[in-house]
Design a protein around this ligand. Structure first.
Ligand SMILES: Nc1ncnc2c1ncn2[C@@H]1O[C@H](COP(=O)(O)OP(=O)(O)OP(=O)(O)O)[C@@H](O)[C@H]1O
Length: 196
């Protein structure tokens, strides 16, 4: 994968994920974990090669995408309306039920992260693509996330997660990405993204 500035971040990546499986993308800052995940999601096209997806995907990015003035349950209302999973069950699984009527602006960062994860659970998608899902979560919440991800796999789902910390994902494949590009090429990328 080449980014603006002719920056090579991913080279010779070959991954396969089956139903029930999980994959962790690891590597240092800047190695290309998010870029690979965005490519898997179809948010970016690979310079060479291709991605085959044969099931719907749900995407958890770095932004929690909550409207500050709306309550947690209002923020999730549209996803809940389209979902086959009851919102109450999702809120309970994420220990968010007691916060349903609280405006999102009053939630802590870990609570916001769990709220963003609620959308994933409500998506009905078979493939979950999770960019650093545990950021801001305490140990109990990470364990809860582990149980939710295990249940998703048990139901035939699959997931790919980027992470800098160990996640409770038994029998997950780990794909470690190396840093390929020098950071100095970023300046060229900047010029290309924002021409004068
Ligand atoms: N649109 C872009 N244009 C140019 N370079 C980019 C662009 N997006 C990302 N990069 C560069 O590509 C490299 C990989 O970025 P990416 O965000 O995928 O890394 P990462 O492994 O997820 O890092 P982190 O662990 O810090 O989240 C970085 O050096 C980044 O600066």
């Amino acid at each position: 994968m080449r980014l603006p500035g002719d920056r090579l971040v991913l080279d010779q990546v070959n991954l396969t994920l089956h139903s029930g499986e999980a994959m962790l993308l690891t590597g240092p800052n800047g190695a290309g974990k998010s870029t690979l995940l965005r490519t898997l999601a179809g948010l970016r096209s690979p310079t060479r090669g291709h991605v085959e997806r044969n099931a719907p995907i749900a995407w958890l990015g770095h932004q929690d995408a909550l409207k500050p003035a709306l309550s947690l349950s209002h923020n999730l209302a549209l996803s809940a309306q389209l979902s086959s999973v009851p919102l109450a069950r999702v809120l309970q699984a994420l220990d968010l039920a007691h916060l349903a009527d609280v405006p999102a602006r009053l939630l802590s960062s870990g609570q916001k992260r769990r709220a963003a994860f609620a959308r994933i659970m409500l998506s009905d998608a078979k493939i979950w693509l999770l960019d650093e899902p545990s950021v801001g979560l305490d140990q109990a919440s990470i364990a809860r996330l582990g149980a939710i991800m295990a249940e998703h796999r048990k139901q035939g789902g699959a997931l790919v997660a980027t992470t800098h910390v160990p996640l409770p994902l038994p029998e997950a494949q780990t794909h470690q990405l190396p840093v390929i590009a020098e950071d100095t090429t970023l300046l060229d990328a900047f010029d290309e993204d924002f021409p004068e």
